[in-house]
Design a protein around this ligand. Structure first.
Ligand SMILES: [Zn+2]
Length: 265
């Protein structure tokens, strides 16, 4: 029997009450397992099969089988402990899809695991935009308000970096010149950033705030940014840049990105 801290990514019902579970373990990487009678056994699984639950998992390899046998999950942190909020749920689904698509099975990725654990903490701690009373206006720029957008921005940027898709963002990919605020550009066809001369006329600009943010985020933990004001428009161009990069390398559109776009993320 093996055990590891894990994050539940997705589940699919099979047969009567069994579930196929994709989960990302700290020690063994992403795994797929069969949870027998999962829908009946509250004792072994409780509410831990909700996607993006952080849990202690017990599982076993099965001879000549691709799927492990998932025996038990014990909740460490549940996304359901925070009030349900549409934006937060959409962000959590995005994490699940990216991890599920980007990581090969059985490939330990401790750094990605730490990234996911830290952004989950920030996402679940973020105050719901909907839950704020109208009179709380000034708080919108205070430390209580970060929304899930900071965590989403941090996750997308770092996933791009950890997948090796984010070259040095201080210099133009073509000429190598140091980029300067106001002339930092990106496009849908190539990794990295470009100066005004080599932007090829296509693509979009990266705002000065987003460019600085990216450089700071690559040097500091997510928790450092929770105290800043995070209206949903902040970092939107940086999220578009990293999403384009991820989708280009995965060679498909991410379904959950559409939901985020509808929410203005
Ligand atoms: Zn250039």
């Amino acid at each position: 029997m093996l055990t590891s801290e894990a994050v539940v990514l997705r589940t699919w019902p099979v047969h009567e009450s069994d579930l196929l579970v994709s989960f990302f373990t700290r020690d063994y990487g992403r795994l797929k397992g069969m949870a027998k009678a999962a829908l009946k056994s509250r004792k072994r699984f409780g509410g831990a099969l909700e996607p993006m639950t952080v849990a202690r998992a017990w599982f076993a390899e099965r001879p000549r089988q691709e799927l492990v046998r998932l025996d038990q999950l014990e909740i460490l942190r549940s996304p359901l402990s925070a009030p349900v909020d549409q934006a937060r749920m959409a962000v959590l689904s995005f994490y699940a899809e990216v991890i599920d698509e980007a990581l090969p099975e059985r490939d330990p990725q401790a750094t990605v695991f730490r990234l996911l654990a830290s952004v989950l903490e920030q996402t679940n701690a973020a105050k719901s935009e909907m839950a704020l009373p109208p009179s709380s206006g000034p708080q919108l720029s205070g430390p209580q308000f970060s929304g899930p957008w900071m965590a989403l921005t941090y996750f997308s940027l770092w996933m791009t970096r950890l997948m090796g898709l984010l070259p040095d963002i201080g210099h133009c990919m073509v000429c190598g010149d140091t980029l300067s605020e106001g002339e930092v550009r990106f496009n849908a066809y190539a990794d990295g950033l470009f100066c005004g001369l080599h932007a090829n006329g296509s693509g979009s600009g990266l705002s000065a705030d987003s460019w600085q943010l990216a450089q700071r985020m690559l040097r500091a933990p997510a928790a450092n940014f929770a105290g800043e004001a995070w209206p949903r428009k902040r970092g939107q161009d940086l999220r578009r840049f990293t999403l384009q990069t991820l989708e280009r390398h995965l060679e498909r559109k991410l379904k959950t990105a559409e939901a985020l776009a509808r929410l203005g993320g």
